[in-house]
Ligand binder design. Structure first.
Ligand SMILES: Nc1ncnc2c1ncn2[C@@H]1O[C@H](COP(=O)(O)OP(=O)(O)OP(=O)(O)O)[C@@H](O)[C@H]1O
Ligand SMILES: [Mg+2]
Length: 1058
């Protein structure tokens, strides 16, 4: 029973602590949320507005730019337009990507914290988890704006925030490390960016339904292969070449026939900047090596891969010379030796001849030097391009998720941004076309979702005029009439097709298109800005002038047929894999580059359309890659072509602000007494009540099904400002309420405790009282029965008195037991019995006395018995006759009273008594006496000795007189010799002895007053007796012998016998 309260109190304590902890966490969380929500709305003046949607002058580019600039200078690089994230490249490391930051943003709603790439990543992840659907994040922006960095940050966030197991960690590491490998092979230093991605990348991260990253898949788009063979001034080839030359181990370089000197390789020096300060090729090499091993590249894979990279470098160094006929020839080219294990002869022919198939024959036509150089470069580009594809596939193999259960994915699209150079070529055309397509997708998805939201919420939709770039997309991709079709036509048609014929064809087919112009078609003013070989497209993002030179070649990307055949003879496994013998031969022309690209964009669009879109728009603040520099013109331009203003317009077309009723009410309910602290009805009703109280005008807001829509930011800010004022009052009142609540809680606890104690105490008292009463009742009953019993005690045994009588009996017996007489003599002290015990008592007494007597008798000695017999004799003689007899009873009798005298007597009389048959040797009793002589009663000391025969009077062992027993008569008859007057102190003893020894019981008489005796025959004397103060015997004046006996000497009283 005692453990009960202990366990309960322990559990209570535990519960209390748990609740305390939860309250603390919730409080902290609430505080944090409030802080950040406040931050988002209250800090609007100092650090601009966190969400452009709240910008009052939302149509103003300048206001937009101002806000962006203001925030940029405060290192606030992220700003929202609704759920779109605008990111401005800070060109410096900011302390906002730590693990702590990731934790802060994990599981937090979009607008609760300042804008961040992690907030977006987390919300995408949580939407995917809760809706179990697929999403993608489109990261766009121009080269160097920070797309790749943004995608890496997102990947890192997932790597940290997603659940982890050993298996998942493995996938996570591969996903993360696929980046440095792809960057090494696909990125290069350009004028715009030291780490520019020269391919488009779409990466799917696959999640299981617990949110674990279980796999991934990468799609790459249009690698800029031309960079392998040519780089503009100030640009580099792909990083991997420099990494190998700078970082490769000595043995490896020797094995690959390379020197540690980039200047030795023609493909690496055209840009004249092999060394870049911001790039550490050596350490990047190590990173790539590690990454390759994690992504499970085998040793042979790695060997073959770097064999290819080295071969490309060697290929670049191959020089052709013109022979006498002007054909290209290869002399003393040592590089041949290192090229992919292809027999030199085969390679030599492959590089200097072209195979022509003529009906049944195959003819080898020699190249001119220029052709040979072209063929060499084409081969280098093909080798590198195909190897890059192999690499992507290989990474995909390692990321593949073997579990077939349904997954959800988040796609990351890090694709090249809109590019405008001084001279724009085929690549820029493709890239800008890609951006045009993505913009179209963006418009569609944005408008669609906006439209859907208004429809869902039942809000009237007011269409926003926006620029639809469909017209440009059509201009590029329309069948038969589009630029791509015309380009392909030119590439494929027989005859002398050149870049210029392509230009003419365009001028012919699409002249008059509002977004297309050439030197020929332009008005005078425009013509001045165009070269003859240029055409200009008016993209959604602005005008771009393309130089038509190289379009056909790059689109054809022709690798002469025998070039492929040569490659098939390589011993390098990757090359063999990249140039399979099953490849369709040249009879069927392969698809042109631009057509392939178009198809891949179509499939990309399909992929993206099936997913929920999220956007990150990256902006480059300056061309100089400098931190803290914000170039208004540059940024304004990007704002425009990234469609930010349009997006904002769409978002703001209807309403600047929308929030779920619950969230809106939660924040602003303190502003209305009816909604504070708790609103009982639905959230929508609560909001309605709240805004009525706040005085919103009907045109300022709309109530949707689940959200409130506020038209102007100023309305919201006014509400927010009111909230800020109210907040402090609220805090005080909450504090007071809370304190009151705590105090009340304490009071209730104390009261409960007091009641408990009181109850226990009362219970205790009541129990005691009950016990007392019960006891009193018993007592009363007992008393009643006792009294009744007492009253009827003398009646025959009945119900009323039986108990009482039993008690009386028991009580008497108990008392009797404790008070039994100790000796027979005390028999009169027998406890007086109650009436009912009279008979029993008598019987008991009798029994007990008999028992005592028996015990006494059993314990008596023979001597004692003899003594008692003597005493009995004495009693028969003297009891009641002699006054002082009773006093003698207690004095025991002795055999002799003479003691030593007897010895002496025996010694002295030994001889003398011989003649008396030794009378004293066998005397029966002796006692000292005083004899009063007959003449004058003079006292004489004598010993009186009784033997069996006679009594003797002896003086100093001399027998003075023998008295025969028979001479003792006991009457007053005169004796012949006269009577003998003796005084004895032990009268009863002596006389008893005499009576027994001499058998003289009858001779003993007790006489009162005076005794007459014969002094001599005929002469009488008298003995008078009287009582006095002192015992004495003397001769009285009358001549009598006076015996005065005192009560002190009763037993010594003079015998009155003679
Ligand atoms: N968030 C950031 N914090 C710090 N520096 C950044 C950030 N984003 C980008 N940078 C800097 O800008 C450089 C260019 O960024 P990034 O490579 O991501 O550009 P990009 O948009 O991918 O360009 P490209 O289209 O050429 O590939 C990075 O190397 C880095 O130095
Ligand atoms: Mg990039």
């Amino acid at each position: 029973m005692r453990t009960g309260p202990t366990i309960t109190s322990y559990l209570c304590d535990l519960l209390k602590r748990a609740i305390h902890c939860i309250i603390k966490v919730i409080k902290e969380r609430c505080n944090q949320i409030l802080r950040n929500m406040e931050a988002s709305l209250t800090a609007r003046d100092r650090v601009g507005i966190q969400d452009f949607v709240l910008l009052d002058t939302y149509t103003s580019e300048s206001a937009f730019l101002d806000n962006l600039r203001k925030r940029f200078h405060e290192n606030l690089i992220y700003t929202y337009i609704g759920t779109l994230l605008v990111s401005v490249n800070p060109y410096k490391e900011l302390d906002i990507y730590s693990k702590k930051q990731m934790d802060t943003y994990m599981g937090v709603n979009f607008f609760e914290l300042p804008p961040h790439i992690y907030a977006l990543a987390d919300n995408v992840f949580r939407s995917m988890q809760s809706e179990f659907n697929n999403h993608f994040i489109l990261i766009s922006g121009e080269s160097g704006a920070g797309k790749t960095e943004a995608s890496k940050k997102i990947l890192q966030f997932y790597a940290v925030s997603c659940p982890s197991t050993k298996l998942l960690n493995n996938v996570r590491d591969r996903l993360l490390l696929s980046n440095p490998v792809l960057e090494a092979f696909g990125n290069a230093k350009t004028l715009k960016n030291d780490n520019s991605s020269r391919f488009g990348k779409y990466m799917d991260i696959q999640f299981d339904h617990q949110g674990g990253a279980v796999g991934g898949h990468i799609l790459s788009y249009l690698l800029e292969k031309s960079r392998v063979v040519h780089q503009n001034h100030g640009e580099r080839n792909f990083h991997i070449f420099y990494q190998l030359v700078e970082g490769g181990e000595e043995d490896l370089l020797r094995w690959l026939g390379l020197e540690r000197n980039c200047q030795r390789y023609r493909y690496l020096v055209q840009g004249d900047c092999a060394k870049v300060r911001s790039i550490n090729d050596k350490s990047d090499w190590n990173t790539v090596q590690k990454a390759l091993s994690v992504i499970e590249f085998g040793e042979s894979d790695i060997e073959h891969l770097f064999g290819i990279i080295a071969s490309v470098l060697h290929l670049g160094n191959i020089k052709f010379e013109a022979d006498v006929r002007g054909y290209a020839s290869l002399n003393n080219n040592q590089e041949m030796h290192w090229l992919l294990g292809i027999p030199t002869q085969v390679l030599q022919q492959g590089l200097t001849h072209r195979k022509i198939e003529a009906k049944t024959e195959e003819v080898f036509s020699p190249f001119s030097v220029d052709h040979a150089v072209y063929a060499r470069d084409a081969l280098a580009k093909a080798i590198y391009g195909r190897t890059f594809n192999w690499l992507v596939n290989k990474i995909n193999e390692s990321l593949v998720n073997k579990d077939s259960s349904r997954k959800t994915v988040i796609g990351l699209l890090d694709i090249y941004g809109f590019e405008v150079f001084n001279v724009n070529s085929f690549e820029q055309f493709c890239i800008n076309y890609c951006n045009e397509k993505l913009q179209q997708l963006f418009i569609q998805l944005t408008l669609k979702s906006e439209q859907e939201e208004y429809e869902m919420e039942g809000i009237e939709w007011e269409p926003v005029p926006f620029f639809n770039n469909k017209i440009i997309c059509d201009l590029v991709e329309e069948k038969h009439r589009g630029i791509i079709s015309l380009l392909d036509e030119e590439c494929l048609r027989p005859g002398e097709a050149t870049d210029l014929t392509f230009l003419e064809k365009m001028e012919e087919k699409i002249s008059g298109h509002p977004h297309f112009v050439t030197h020929k078609l332009a008005d005078q003013k425009t013509r001045k800005t165009l070269e003859r070989g240029d055409f200009r497209l008016l993209h959604y993002a602005g005008e771009v002038t393309y130089c038509v030179v190289g379009f056909l070649d790059k689109n054809n990307d022709l690798l002469y047929r025998n070039g492929k055949e040569v490659m098939r003879q390589s011993k390098n496994a990757i090359i063999k894999h990249c140039f399979p013998s099953t490849e369709p031969d040249s009879k069927r022309r392969p698809e042109t580059v631009v057509t392939q690209f178009k198809s891949s964009l179509v499939s990309l669009t399909e992929i993206l359309m099936s997913k929920e879109p999220w956007y990150v728009r990256c902006i480059k603040p300056n061309e100089a890659k400098q931190p803290g520099r914000f170039d208004d013109v540059l940024v304004r331009h990007q704002m425009k072509y990234l469609g930010l203003m349009e997006h904002l317009r769409v978002r703001r077309a209807g309403f600047a602000y929308r929030r779920k009723y619950e969230i809106f009410l939660q924040r602003y309910k303190p502003l209305c007494p009816e909604t504070w602290p708790n609103w009982k009805g639905t959230a929508a009703e609560g909001v309605q009540c709240l805004i009525k109280h706040l005085g919103y005008k009907p045109n300022e807001y709309k109530m949707g099904r689940t959200k409130i829509f506020i038209r102007h930011p100023s309305t919201l800010f006014a509400t927010e400002d009111a909230f800020q004022v109210c907040k402090h009052k609220l805090a005080t009142s909450i504090q007071a309420k809370y304190k009151g609540y705590r105090a009340k809680g304490d009071y209730l606890k104390q009261r409960e405790a007091a009641t408990k104690i009181e109850t226990c105490w009362r219970g205790l008292l009541a129990r005691k009282e009950r016990e007392k009463r019960a006891w009193a009742a018993i007592c009363v009953l007992i008393c009643y029965r006792f009294i009744k019993g007492f009253m009827t005690r003398n009646q025959p045994v009945c119900v009323d008195n039986s108990e009482y009588l039993a008690y009386v009996r028991q009580n008497y017996l108990t008392r009797l037991r404790d008070n039994l007489p100790k000796t027979v003599m005390e028999k009169d002290s027998w406890l007086t019995p109650p009436p009912i015990m009279q008979e029993a008592s008598q019987l008991l007494k009798k029994l007990y006395i008999r028992h005592m007597v028996r015990k006494y008798v059993q314990g008596i000695t023979p001597q004692r018995k003899a003594q008692l017999l003597l005493k009995a004799q004495t009693s028969s003689m003297f009891k009641g006759k002699k006054e002082n007899y009773p006093f003698s009873v207690c004095r025991p009798f002795m055999d002799t009273r003479i003691g030593k005298t007897a010895e002496l007597l025996s010694l002295r009389t030994g001889d003398a008594l011989g003649s008396f048959h030794h009378p004293l040797q066998c005397f029966s009793y002796s006692v000292p006496v005083v004899k009063y002589d007959r003449n004058g009663f003079r006292p004489r000391l004598r010993q009186l000795i009784f033997t069996q025969e006679a009594a003797y009077l002896v003086e100093d062992a001399k027998i003075k007189q023998r008295i025969d027993y028979i001479s003792l008569k006991g009457n007053e008859e005169s004796n012949t010799h006269g009577d003998l007057v003796l005084q004895c102190d032990y009268l009863f003893e002596a006389l008893t002895k005499l009576s027994l020894i001499g058998n003289q019981q009858n001779s003993i008489k007790v006489v009162q007053g005076s005794v007459r005796f014969d002094i001599q025959p005929g002469r009488e004397g008298f003995v008078d007796f009287k009582s006095g103060q002192e015992s004495m015997v003397y001769r009285a004046k009358n001549g009598h012998l006076m015996v005065v006996s005192s009560s002190k000497h009763h037993d010594k009283t003079m015998p009155n016998y003679y």
